[in-house]
Design a protein around this ligand. Sequence first.
Ligand SMILES: Cc1cc2nc3c(=O)[nH]c(=O)nc-3n(C[C@H](O)[C@H](O)[C@H](O)COP(=O)(O)O)c2cc1C
Length: 362
Amino acid sequence: MTDALATPLTDLLGCRLPVIQTAMGWIATPRLVAASSNAGAFGFLAGAVMTPADLAGAIAQTKGLTPHRFGVNFHSFQPGAREIVEIILAHSDRVGAVSFGRGPDAGMIARFREAGIVCIPTVGAVKHAEKMVALGCQAVTVQGGEGGGHTGAVATTVLLPQVLDAVPVPVAAAGGFADGRGLAAALAFGASGTAMGTRFMMTSDSPVPAAVKSAYVGAGTGDIFVTDKIDGVPQRMIRNAMTDRIERGGAAARWRRGLLAGLAMKRATGASWGEMLRAARSMTSHGDMSLPEAMLAAAAPVLLQKAVVDGDAVEGLMASGLVAGRLTDLPSCADLLAGIESDARARISALAGRQIVNAGEV
Ligand SMILES: Cc1cc2nc3c(=O)[nH]c(=O)nc-3n(C[C@H](O)[C@H](O)[C@H](O)COP(=O)(O)O)c2cc1C
């Protein structure tokens, strides 16, 4: 009998379970990536907010914490991107995949593929999935509007089948997944697995300070909303005093925040203003952002730092999937993935059994 949880995604990534732990800035650290990978998932390091030196250190640390292959998330417009690509390629013995939103061209994707590194971008629209596959990506993660961080307007239940119909590669379903029921449902849709951010952030293995984890545990679905006031692009987060102020503030306040975030980003990444501007410009070259918006977007991840690194649930920004509104616990990755595996298997068996009963009744 074939294993229902052995899918084209587990084949491609070489993991035991068809579950991806997605990259989350400041959160998907070596500790979380190793914990998720050791428990059977495929973890991605959040390289998009790291300097090249930090990423090299994080890769080395992750290698020491898990014997499994893992992934790196980056953006080809981030400061130091070229160096980051070379670092990833130099570690192709253990870096098994890269994820990215936009950026890499066919040449860069070909280099990763030649090194045996799977390219699995996150997409939020059918046309982006088609483009990424045309550029040579071997799989995609499709994120529906329920998802945390930057997110689209189309719900996972609508977007996922659209993407599945449009591209001939393995698809991981993201946006709203947290348990074995979701995994069984994603597989029933025809996806090859699920990709989860918020659920992995809400584990005892994630490095987020306790006060902020409590805010996520305490949030209901009504406390989680989408705003485009932070960097001009819709982002899903938990409402707090900071988001209230941002929502009320005008354009001048947004520019001031962008500048402050840019300064913080410069400090964190060691980038020059020239590099920051080039990063912003390359984002605008994709045509869907103005330069001011892109400048804010290039710096915006730092705004999350205050919450998820410093532990400030009032003044920091807490990006979150809608699913946090129904999660009330902080399991270890080992317990989480054991539960997901057994629940998904039980659901799939129950459905298969029901089919036989129904067939017998006919
Ligand atoms: C706190 C937080 C931070 C995130 N940071 C990033 C990031 O740095 N890069 C990225 O590509 N996606 C980021 N995301 C999106 C996730 O990788 C993932 O696509 C999303 O969380 C999936 O939806 P879910 O939260 O419903 O599981 C973030 C999401 C959250 C909740």
